[in-house]
Write a protein that binds this ligand. Sequence first.
Ligand code: CU
Length: 147
Amino acid sequence: MTESRQKGFGQEGLAGSLSRRALLRRSALFALSIPVVSAALAACRGGGGGGGGGAGGKITIEMSEYKFSPNTLTAAPGATVTVTLKNVGALQHDFHVDVVNVTSPLVDPGKSTDFSFTAPSQPGQYDFWCTVPGHKELGMVGKLTVQ
Ligand SMILES: [Cu+2]
């Protein structure tokens, strides 16, 4: 009696661990599908929202003398990043990401422009700055975090 019960428990234990493994595999797949869904949602929001600003799919960076605000930007490796460059200063400014060698057009005071670039595929921290002579030296720099 006790012997068969132990046997029974043993089988149950095995079945339990098997189904647990299957569950784990299923939840791993589920976890993988979450970023895809949220990326798709972000894309939808970015496309429909226009210039909503904020922390959604589209980021607005204000440029003035002599700073970017915010001066940090985060992107996924290889992602297409679109920033709205809004010049709230009194001089022309631009936005240069050295690691991918891209520079936005110069933005006139009071104007804004949408600028897209491809983030590096390698995670890390990269500098961006304004290429108008002297501005970088005066602190018009920021950090792009790829993660
Ligand atoms: Cu500048």
